[in-house]
Each structure stands twice: as structure tokens, then as C-alpha cells.
Design a protein around this ligand. Structure first.
Ligand SMILES: [Zn+2]
Length: 360
């Protein structure tokens, strides 16, 4: 378990050990400790664990809520901000969070539930270039994303780090969850040898989504996470599918492929520069929007707002994001340099818009 320690300082290490042991005995987890598979020792394991949650939308937010209440320290990664259409199913957020970065709004909510819980925030896009660094130091990664490109990056990053991860997704009234062990075989690419093409499958924007289906798959994913962190053996690899509308819950066996580029050949295609996880412009499917992620990392938002002000309409500047309207498009810019450009679905045009107004 990756407890944070001051390097080489035995006294600090001892104090950290004491803190973890004390965290394992907190009264708030008494009913969870009563469950035989948890107990005091299991609760101490959970208190020492660190989980990376990628995406704090419907599924990721629900899993974060469940794991935080269980006493597990979290790192919260999300690239987006809260919108009014999120509130129907993204249960960590309320009206006061509109236009706030989801990762930060999630942290505030979880800290209000448990002020002692270790929580870290990364307002960022997970991609080929940063996934391994983001994952390092964690015992488990939970997929709360809404797209297969990101899931393949998580898959290959988890394989590279030798840590388990849990897949989770919901759309319409159905969804699926699956745990992938630290040994990494089979992996997501064994299940989907070729990532589905963007635009080839339903999304929450095109097919809608019902919150109970989200809650069901998030519950399955959180339970898999608890089992893994408590050291329980993984069952034979299988995707747990949920069709909540049809009341059908098939469990589909997944076999490791002998020629899998990720887990058999170790090529980790999603982590390669210019690979599928490294797109500069990402069409956000069904949202009529494109995310542009420039190569450089940081942006002075206050200076940008000042620069834009005379030329176009700056609608919002709240310390985390700057939003402006220009050329018929609404552009939301984050401090890490990313922009989500609303009103188009063409990556090239989006890059041009970014270069013209923000600068590449
Ligand atoms: Zn594989």
C-alpha cells in the first residue's frame, strides 16, 4: 500500500503507520468493520490505500462517493466543468458547483463528508503523455470516463505500472463493470481488440442515460474496488453487464488473447506518442464540442481574460476557467492550457480557433 512518507525518516514513517492504524479504527466505519471480510485489519488496509479516479461524472462521481465514505484516500482527475445537464445523474454536484471544475467540486463535497480523508485534485486530461505519472503511487485506478480512447490509456498505464483497475460505464438504461487484476491478463484490449471508432457507439448525449443504471454499475465497480483493496482473489475474468430496463444481468466471460498488443506483446499502443491516446484535438462525441490540448502545459488565465476582453465577449472568469464567445463559438479555457470549444465537431477547425484566439 502506498502510504505517503517523508523519504528516509524512520520517525515520520512510524508516525504515518500510526496514522493509518488510527484511521482504521475511526468510529465512522464501525458498521463496515463489522462485516467479517473487512474487520479492523481490512479497514486499516483501506485507510492505507490510494485510488486514482479518472473522470468525476456520473459513474466516477458515484464510485468516488462510495470509496470516500469507505475511508479510502482518492486522487480525483477530471478535465471538465459542471453543467446544468449533469445534475440529473452526477450526484456529487449541486447548483453552486455550476461552471466549477468537476475534480475540485468533487473534492469539496467529499471533504465535507469526511474532512480527514486524503484527497488530491488534478484538473487535467488523462492522455498518453501523463497517464503513467498520474497513476504512479496508487494501488488501483477506477475508470469514470465516458470514452474508449481514455479507457485504453488507463488499460495500458495500469499494465505499465502493474496495478489493477476497474472499468465502469453506463449509457441509456444499461452499463457494465469489470475488474482487471494487477497481473493484467486478460485486459480491456482482449475484450475489444480494436477500440470502437469515435462516433460508432451510443453516448449519454445521443442515447440518454437513466441514473439508476449509473448507480448499479457504480455499485458493482466500487464493490470490485473494495474486494481488490482487501486482497480478495479476483473471480474468473468476466464483464458484468447490466440492462436495468430489461432486468437482464448477464456475466460474460473474457479470455486473454495470445496476440494482444497490450497484455501479451507489451506494446502498450495507447501510451505511444501520437498514438490513439495522444490526440491534440478530441471530438467530444454528441456534445457538438471539441477539446484542444496544446503541447505546452500552463496558461495565465487572468492575463488571457485581459487579452481577450477588448476583442470578444468574456462570459466568465472564476479562477479555474475563462469562457469567451467569439466567431459564433463558446470556448472554455482551463489553467492547464486545454480548451473545450462548443459549437463545432471538426478537430482541424477547433485547432485553428484555438490558435487564433488563445495561441498555439
Ligand atoms: Zn490484453
Amino acid at each position: 500500500m502506498s502510504v505517503q512518507k517523508s523519504s528516509g525518516d524512520a520517525a515520520d514513517a512510524l508516525a504515518a503507520g500510526d496514522r493509518v492504524e488510527a484511521a482504521g479504527r475511526r468510529p465512522r466505519h464501525a458498521r463496515q468493520r463489522r462485516f467479517p471480510a473487512v474487520g479492523d485489519a481490512g479497514q486499516a488496509r483501506l485507510a492505507a490505500a490510494r485510488v486514482l479516479i479518472v473522470g468525476l461524472g456520473a459513474t466516477g462521481g458515484a464510485v468516488a462517493d462510495l470509496l470516500a465514505r469507505a475511508g479510502i484516500g482518492l486522487t480525483l482527475v477530471d478535465r471538465d466543468y459542471v453543467e446544468i445537464t449533469n445534475l440529473q445523474r452526477q450526484t456529487l454536484f449541486a447548483m453552486a458547483d455550476l461552471d466549477q471544475p468537476k475534480a475540485e467540486a468533487a473534492r469539496r463535497r467529499l471533504a465535507a463528508i469526511d474532512p480527514e480523508l486524503p484527497l488530491e485534485v488534478r484538473i487535467a486530461d488523462l492522455h498518453a503523455g501523463n497517464a503513467v505519472a498520474l497513476g504512479r503511487g496508487h494501488d488501483l485506478i477506477v475508470d469514470g470516463t465516458d470514452n474508449f480512447a481514455a479507457r485504453f490509456v488507463i488499460n495500458d498505464a495500469a499494465l505499465s505500472l502493474g496495478i489493477p483497475w476497474v472499468y465502469c460505464g453506463a449509457v441509456g438504461a444499461s452499463g457494465a463493470a469489470m475488474a482487471f487484476g494487477a497481473q493484467g491478463r486478460p485486459c480491456l484490449r482482449c475484450l475489444h481488440p480494436d477500440p470502437p471508432e469515435p462516433g460508432s457507439h451510443d453516448t449519454c448525449e445521443t442515447a440518454g442515460v437513466l441514473q439508476p443504471a449509473v448507480a448499479m454499475v457504480a455499485g458493482l465497480a466500487a464493490m470490485e474496488a473494495l474486494r481488490i483493496l482487501l486482497g480478495e482473489a479476483l473471480p474468473p475474468a468476466a464483464l458484468q453487464y447490466v440492462d436495468a430496463w430489461a432486468r437482464a444481468y448477464p456475466r460474460l466471460a473474457v479470455a486473454a488473447r495470445a496476440d494482444c498488443p497490450s497484455c501479451a506483446l507489451g506494446l502498450l499502443p495507447a501510451l505511444q506518442p501520437e498514438g490513439e491516446g495522444d490526440a491534440l484535438a478530441t471530438v467530444l462525441c454528441g456534445r457538438d464540442a471539441v477539446q484542444v490540448r496544446p503541447p505546452s502545459a500552463a496558461l495565465d488565465l487572468a492575463a488571457l481574460a485581459e487579452r481577450l476582453e477588448p476583442a470578444c465577449e468574456v462570459e466568465l472568469a472564476n479562477g479555474f476557467i475563462v469562457r469567451f464567445r467569439a466567431d459564433g463559438l463558446v470556448t472554455t479555457v482551463f489553467a492547464d492550457g486545454r480548451a473545450i470549444i462548443q459549437g463545432l465537431d471538426d478537430g482541424g477547425r477547433a485547432r485553428g480557433h484555438y490558435a487564433r484566439w488563445i495561441g498555439l
